[in-house]
Design a protein around this ligand. Sequence first.
Ligand code: GZL
Length: 335
Amino acid sequence: MIKKILVVGMSILAFTFASYAARESHCADASKGGKQNGAGALTVVGFSQVGSESDWRLANTQSMKTTFSEKNGYKLILKDAQQKQSKQIAAIRDFITQQVDYIVLAPVTEAGWDNVLQEAKDAGIPLIIVDRMINTSNNELFTCWVGSDFRRGGEVAVRWMEKNLGNDKELLIAHLQGSMGSSAQIGRTEALEEAMSKNPAWKVVARDSGDFTQAKGKEVMARILKQHPRIDVLYCENDNMAFGAMEAMDELGRTYGVKGDTKIISFDATRAGLTAALEGKINYNVECNPLQGPRVEEIIRHLKKGERPEKLSYVDETSFDATVITRDDLDKRKY
Ligand code: GZL
């Protein structure tokens, strides 16, 4: 009888120790990307992506897929949120349940993340934010961020406007905003609003959101064109909305681009956006680099070694003027 009690006691002790060790090693390994879920030696990365709303987004997703491939030692679990924050929150909770080694989040908007990021932190899973930023009072809720300086991109655009369109004469501006509350929309809008305060001759005659999509961009621009017979500048917060706006202008016989009445400023500098610039349809295109996969992987490699990489890192970007862009510029592009 005593022997039986001893055997039962020892097995309970062994089980307790094993489960404690597993939890500790998960938390410890979470910073080293250990194999925590039967995926062999692969490091499991859960990626909550905004959606597939634009060419930029597709390039961003592809960069993550190419980087976090099995041949590179990773298993990528990609979840597309169709631009809904509720789906992203559900995805993060699913990654926690699956005990992934790392979570990557491309947040659709800036607000509303503290609770679910706290859950990931409590689970000991490092969370890396890419592309847009979140608005939080607690920077410890995420490990690192990789993305663009959207305000700076907008300032590059308005400096081009001042230099090439002048700030001493009336400019009637149509402003197509991206997904409201996203860092890209906030930064690009702030830059234009600051320029408006410095250039009283500029007037934003129409402003609406096209949610970064071509279809919504066309719908919004068609409405604006019918209300405003003269639009000197379209300040468009991404290429896909610009493509939609161009469709609307074509249908209403309005001209645009280098030789047209409405000058188009766009953001992203996707291959299609730069093709439009090369064709003289988009006057100026400010790059927003989607190739963030390698930067995220570099962060994970540091974390695996127990190092603490830079909290914020910005991707490299440039801009393109239709009057100087060449076919060679386009051929060199990776997306
Ligand atoms: C920018 C990114 C934006 C792009 C859009 O980093 O968040 O979202 O400008 C995309 O094309 O939809």
